[in-house]
Design a protein around this ligand. Structure first.
Ligand code: ZN
Length: 404
């Protein structure tokens, strides 16, 4: 015997008595079917109800192929006569979202000839997928406004089972999925849709609909919306967030975009200034390193291992040493050992060859041109040794040259 669905006749029914028909399980949880129930089982994009049976939590409600409604429980029931109570705050929230979606889909159809392809009513946000190429923000405003006009018209919402003859007379928004016993939900003359869901008594109870955003999706558009108390909660959260940001920047909410633009411009200017200061500092550093460097065949050779600077910064330092006519054999201790070798244009040594040898010491690879090479390896602990190998290689290159 299929469960008698009490919410068909009265979507506002919160408590009821019933008798357990079957005890089983759903997933890993115990579950029961009842002879009658006000719990809405998941379907039509709307999640299943929660609540209690004899005070024990109902975690979810699902219908099976035999049209039985399963109440998924945290713990098994001990009696067969139960008092059920629907989590009304949650249910009413979904009634607002669900009916808001009906009206949004009706408005999309009437104003944009956009068919509804899919609906998702989530715990936080709701979406409706429309067969429509894309909206302008003006059109989104129009869709939202016309849906709200239907809500505020506060027309009665009726749900009833109709005969096939009556069905043919109704201007349905979408065809029913079955033709035997069809339930039609009508919102005045705005909308007639086959639906087994829970709806408020009048459109006004939806409160309002807000379209939060939309995106292109599978050749159509996915519209994200919230209705009723969710729209209010969403407004409160957004307003609080804006208030927080405005307070932080010490401006009014309306001045936020300009304040953020100023902040970004100032950040960009500071970044440029810092870059220039950094370049000057590297210039001094290059001069200082050259002044203190050992000379081989009159060429200053700067050898050093660094930490706490970026590879890019080290590369620029090496370039500056080369511009001053020196040789830079520089290493960086980071996640891995990095090597940067450069030389001035008048210096004859091959940096690419030196780097290949040094990179092998830290277990890695590298190479480059005769005047600039880069590489590295994982063995950070042998960075100093790698630089020593490079220096020794350079000495032997210098020794090989006739005339020194
Ligand atoms: Zn519906």
């Amino acid at each position: 015997m299929a469960t008698e669905r009490l919410y068909f006749a009265d979507a506002y029914l919160r408590t009821f008595t019933a008798r357990v028909l079957q005890q089983g399980s759903y997933g890993d949880q115990p579950a029961v079917t009842l002879d009658r129930s006000a719990f809405y089982p998941e379907g039509g994009g709307q999640p299943g109800d929660r609540g209690t049976l004899n005070g024990a939590p109902v975690l979810d409600t699902q219908a099976d192929a035999a049209d039985d409604v399963w109440h998924v429980l945290a713990e098994p029931l001990t009696t067969l006569d139960v008092q059920g109570e629907v989590d009304w705050a949650r249910r009413f929230d979904f009634m607002q979202q669900h009916h808001g979606q009906h009206l949004l889909s009706a408005a999309a159809e009437q104003h944009f000839d956009a068919t509804t392809l899919a609906v998702h009513l989530g715990e936080a946000t709701c979406t409706v997928d429309l067969q429509y190429p894309g909206f302008t923000s003006e059109q989104v405003g129009e869709l939202e406004a016309s849906t709200n006009m239907m809500i505020w018209a506060n027309v009665p919402v009726q749900a009833r089972f109709v005969s096939p003859e009556e069905l043919r007379e109704l201007p349905l928004r979408k065809p029913p999925q079955a033709y035997s016993r069809i339930r039609i939900v009508s919102a005045g003359n705005f909308d007639h849709s086959p639906c087994g869901g829970t709806h408020p008594a009048r459109t006004g109870e939806v409160g309002s609909v807000v379209i939060r955003r939309w995106e292109r999706y599978k050749g159509g558009v996915r519209v994200e919306f919230v209705c009723g108390q969710r729209a209010l909660r969403d407004y409160r959260q957004q307003n609080e967030l804006l208030g927080l940001l405005a307070g932080e920047l010490r401006v009014g909410q309306a001045e936020l975009p300009a304040a953020v633009a100023r902040l970004r411009a100032s950040e960009e200017a500071q970044r440029k200034q810092l870059e220039q200061a950094d370049a000057r500092l590297r210039g001094y550093e290059a001069h200082e390193l050259i002044a203190g460097a050992e000379r081989i065949a009159a060429v200053p050779i700067v050898v050093g291992a660094f930490a706490d600077r970026t590879l890019d910064n080290l590369r620029q330092l090496a370039r500056q040493i080369a511009e001053l006519g020196g040789v830079a054999l520089l290493g960086l201790r980071a996640d891995k050992a990095q090597l940067v070798f450069t030389r001035g244009p008048q210096v004859p040594y091959d940096m690419g060859g030196l780097l290949r040898e040094a990179a092998a010491v830290v277990g890695g690879r590298g190479g480059g041109k005769p005047d600039a090479a880069q590489g590295g390896g994982p063995d950070v602990g042998r960075l100093e040794e790698a630089l020593a190998v490079a220096l020794a290689g350079l000495r032997s290159m210098a020794g090989d040259r006739p005339g020194d």
